[in-house]
Design a protein around this ligand. Structure first.
Ligand code: SAH
Length: 288
């Protein structure tokens, strides 16, 4: 791999470029981290891969081992360079665009002829991580696997378990099983970012976790539970859903959940039991 590591610094130098801070450009200069990302991606010759933020293509050229690759890059200059540098790989398609706006499953279908079971791999600016992950999990058809470089703290929040759950953790774990693949020091990038990073892998669930509960109901209840951080679950649900405390208390009893717990302590299954109780009781129509 070391011989095969196309250091972003050489490409930048070759074209007389500097990393653009405004586009969150922190290029990977660690062959070891690159190897870890590739291993975590479990690439097979049948794979369809969507790479986001390819930069100078340090990872992209290794993805050519897959059947078809679409790489979306926002920076027009880098798009030109990538097209030139990767011209020898007919199965790699470089597209100029913004991952937060593009209908990525359609794009993959257009260029690769398939839109199911694709994988998303990338190292994106950290200020768009949450938004990007939400799009990856919500826009259908969703990928089967997501390997993404994120800020270390974000990886910890996403992989949290009770009593350290958050709305972000529940939202991601509802759709996928997250794993922290490895921690990455800031010195693995040029220029080094101000935070440490982690490679996060999301194995997207093939089937809905709670087929009997509409996802909008589930997220409405979870959001209501997390709305008032310092309050007990009972108080937070009652004020956010605008339902009397006595009603919520009965509902929590039926769902076998302690009145004094806080939202951070609940499992995804606990939330599902609360939703089922709410869906059964007469107040359900008010829960839009
Ligand atoms: N993957 C490369 C580059 C990482 S830097 C590497 O590891 O070296 C992040 C990259 O994402 C940059 O190339 C930047 O131009 C690109 N980028 C930033 N915002 C983007 C967006 N909204 N959509 C697509 N690419 C974006």
């Amino acid at each position: 791999m070391n011989n095969n590591f196309h250091d972003p610094r050489l490409i930048l130098k070759k074209y007389g470029l500097y990393p653009k801070k405004g586009l969150g450009q922190n290029f990977l200069i660690s062959p070891k981290v690159l190897r870890t990302i590739l291993q975590a991606s479990e690439i097979t010759p049948q794979d369809t891969i969507l790479e986001i933020g390819p930069g100078t293509g340090v990872l992209t050229r290794h993805l050519a081992a897959a059947r078809c690759v679409v790489a979306i890059e926002l920076d027009e200059t880098l798009v030109q360079i990538l097209r030139q540098e990767l011209a020898q790989y007919p199965n790699i398609h470089i597209v100029q665009g913004n991952i937060l706006e593009i209908e990525h499953p359609q794009l993959v279908a257009e260029l690769c002829g398939i839109e199911k079971n694709y994988k998303i791999i990338g190292n994106l600016p950290y200020y768009i991580t949450s938004h990007a992950i939400r799009r990856f999990l919500e826009i259908q058809p969703s990928p089967s696997l997501v390997i993404i470089m994120v800020q270390k703290e974000v990886a910890e929040r996403i992989t949290a378990t009770p009593p350290k759950m958050s709305l972000l953790a529940v939202s991601v774990q509802y759709y996928a099983i997250p794993e922290m693949v490895t921690l990455v020091r800031r010195t693995a990038f040029i220029p080094p970012p101000e935070v440490d990073s982690a490679v996060l892998r999301l194995r997207v669930r093939e089937h809905p976790l709670f087929p009997d509960i509409p996802s909008d109901i589930y997220f409405r209840i979870v959001s209501a539970g997390f709305a008032q951080k310092r309050k007990s679950l009972l108080n937070s649900l009652s004020s956010s859903l605008n339902l009397p405390k006595s009603r919520i208390a009965t509902l929590l009893d039926k769902a076998s959940i302690d009145h004094n717990v806080r939202a951070e302590q609940l499992t995804l299954e606990d939330w599902a039991r609360i939703c089922r109780q709410l869906m059964e009781c007469e107040s359900y129509p008010t829960v839009r």
